[in-house]
Write a new protein. Structure first.
Length: 194
């Protein structure tokens, strides 16, 4: 298992991410946030929701105990004082896991899930990371929405600029006509036939 975790740690991208790797009947979950990586190894029967809920809780407790400065300045094994807190949290999740209605549905689909895990193993052995592709797809979708919003805002700004230019041209034309008429008829535009 140590070799698997070292391999996974070497493949973690530099940006914040969450991913699950399958190894035999175990799932290795990691969550990277702000340069800190937390991993948990769980039976495949635990699914993904509970291990990631555990990792989120672990991050919350860790950041309550340590500041970013303390983490950055800590020497090797400098955060060992968190070991007791982590042990308590693991015991809590093992003995009284939070209620998960989806877990009951997942139990009914265990056969399908086993096939999926085997397929994921096959895909991972070829070096493809489906979870990473899903995350990238979500990111691209969010970027597309943001682009559409910016395009709409830009379109409105350009429309208002167009309206302002048309108003300026209209006022300029009116002023020009007035000046021409005023040169023939006087400032009050009282033309008399002579």
């Amino acid at each position: 298992m140590t070799t698997a975790t070292q391999t996974i740690l070497s493949k973690i991208p530099p940006n914040d991410s969450k991913l699950t790797y399958a190894a035999e009947n175990l799932l290795i979950h990691y969550h990277k946030a702000n340069g800190i990586v937390a991993m948990v190894v769980a039976q495949d029967s635990a699914g993904r929701r509970m291990p990631f809920a555990f990792l989120a809780d672990l991050f919350k407790h860790f950041h309550q105990k340590f500041t970013y400065e303390q983490i950055g300045d800590a020497p090797a094994f400098g955060c060992n004082s968190f070991e007791n807190d982590m042990s308590k949290l693991m015991t809590f999740y093992e003995e009284t896991p939070p209620n998960d209605p989806i877990k009951a549905a997942q139990a009914e689909l265990a056969g399908v899930k086993d096939i999926m895990v085997r397929n994921i193993d096959a895909v991972l052995s070829r070096g493809e990371r489906i979870e990473l592709l899903v995350d990238k797809t979500d990111q691209m979708s969010n970027q597309a929405r943001a682009f559409r919003k910016r395009a709409t805002v830009l379109r409105r700004k350009m429309w208002w600029k167009n309206i302002k230019v048309l108003i300026a041209i209209g006022l300029s034309a009116t002023l020009l006509l007035y000046l021409i008429a005023a040169s023939f008829c006087g400032a009050k535009l009282k033309c008399t036939a002579t």
